[in-house]
Design a protein around this ligand. Structure first.
Ligand code: HEC
Length: 168
């Protein structure tokens, strides 16, 4: 169940007693039912989604550089997943249609990168990675965050994950 479904269910549950009141005005209002245990829902801020993307973006580079294509494929898949979460949870950011912007800015670059990964072609991958970074930065400029600049990494963000393909 996603956040919207939960929220809709909560709102619907809150409206039920009101509907009852409206239909039977002569009957005294029933005693308020004890508040249902509503699970607390935590939605990360956009910058938290972005920092997860940044981590996976770093790993993606070193996975491809090491020729670990299943890992590269996995990291790109995770980036897509987090972007999907952004579209679900932060569709609008400071009045900007972020969900649509994500589709417009980044879909093509991700598809190209997927092709490079499938072809296990590092040269193509590197070009696609640079194109992706341009797309990241285009959206940062477009959302008045032009001071956030994404580039190729020079060192793995983590040294406790081995990027080399597993030796058989
Ligand atoms: C659709 C627009 C959009 C795209 C595409 C986008 N970003 Fe962002 N990004 C934003 C916005 C808006 C912010 C500012 C968030 C805030 O102010 O809370 C941001 C912030 C960030 C930050 C700063 C987080 C921090 O706390 O330092 C990083 C890092 C980041 N993005 C990485 C990326 C990477 C990497 C990509 C591409 C793979 C990317 N972004 C693509 C809109 C986008």
């Amino acid at each position: 169940m996603n956040f919207r479904t939960i929220a809709a269910a909560i709102v619907a549950a809150m409206l039920v007693p009101l509907v009852g009141l409206a239909q039977t005005p002569s009957v005294p209002a029933p005693a308020a039912a004890p508040a249902a245990a509503v699970p607390k829902v935590y939605i990360p801020g956009l910058e938290q989604f972005m920092n997860v993307i940044l981590t996976e973006h770093n790993k993606l580079w070193f996975a491809a550089q090491a020729g670990n294509w299943p890992l590269a494929d996995y990291e790109l898949g995770e980036i897509k997943e987090v972007m999907g979460d952004v579209q679900d949870h932060v569709p609008v950011f400071k009045n900007l249609p972020l969900a649509q912007m994500l589709d417009a800015v980044i879909t093509k670059e991700i598809v190209d990168l997927e092709k490079a990964i499938a072809a296990k072609d590092f040269k193509k991958f590197a070009a696609g990675y640079d194109a992706l970074n341009k797309a990241c930065n285009a959206c940062h400029v477009g959302t008045e965050n032009g001071f956030i600049v994404i580039k190729r990494p020079t060192t793995p963000a983590f040294t406790n994950q081995d990027y080399a393909p597993r030796k058989k």
